[in-house]
Design a protein around this ligand. Structure first.
Ligand SMILES: [Zn+2]
Length: 111
């Protein structure tokens, strides 16, 4: 099974979903500037939405904080957890009462 820590690289943000089964799937990042942002196609979103419990995307450095667009994306999907995978760790966010909350920090090697 794929691990989030193995999906990090320093050239482009990668993205996908975590399914109810625990499987991690990766989809294409269609953003214009994939080094600095991510965007999932509508087709991929619709394909996985019903079976997903979380989104994940990577950052190309060791910065695991939310970007502004991450913040709004996460808020728009409060039913999911949202993982950001950075160079050394993966961080899980959730949405409670319309606030984005940092839930868990998993150092790579521990996942
Ligand atoms: Zn991000």
């Amino acid at each position: 099974m794929k691990k989030l820590s193995n999906l990090w690289n320093d050239t482009a943000e990668r993205c996908g979903f975590i399914l109810k089964s625990g499987e991690i799937v990766e989809v294409d990042n269609i953003a214009e500037d994939p080094k600095n942002e991510f965007e999932v196609s509508e087709a991929d979103f619709e394909k996985y939405y019903a079976n997903a419990v979380a989104s994940w995307h990577s950052h190309t450095d060791d910065f695991s904080n939310l970007s502004l667009s991450d913040y709004y994306t996460f808020l728009s999907l409060p039913e999911w957890d949202h993982w950001i995978v950075s160079k050394y760790k993966s961080v899980k966010f959730s949405v409670k009462s319309e606030c984005v909350i940092l839930e868990e920090v998993v150092p790579h090697g521990d996942d």
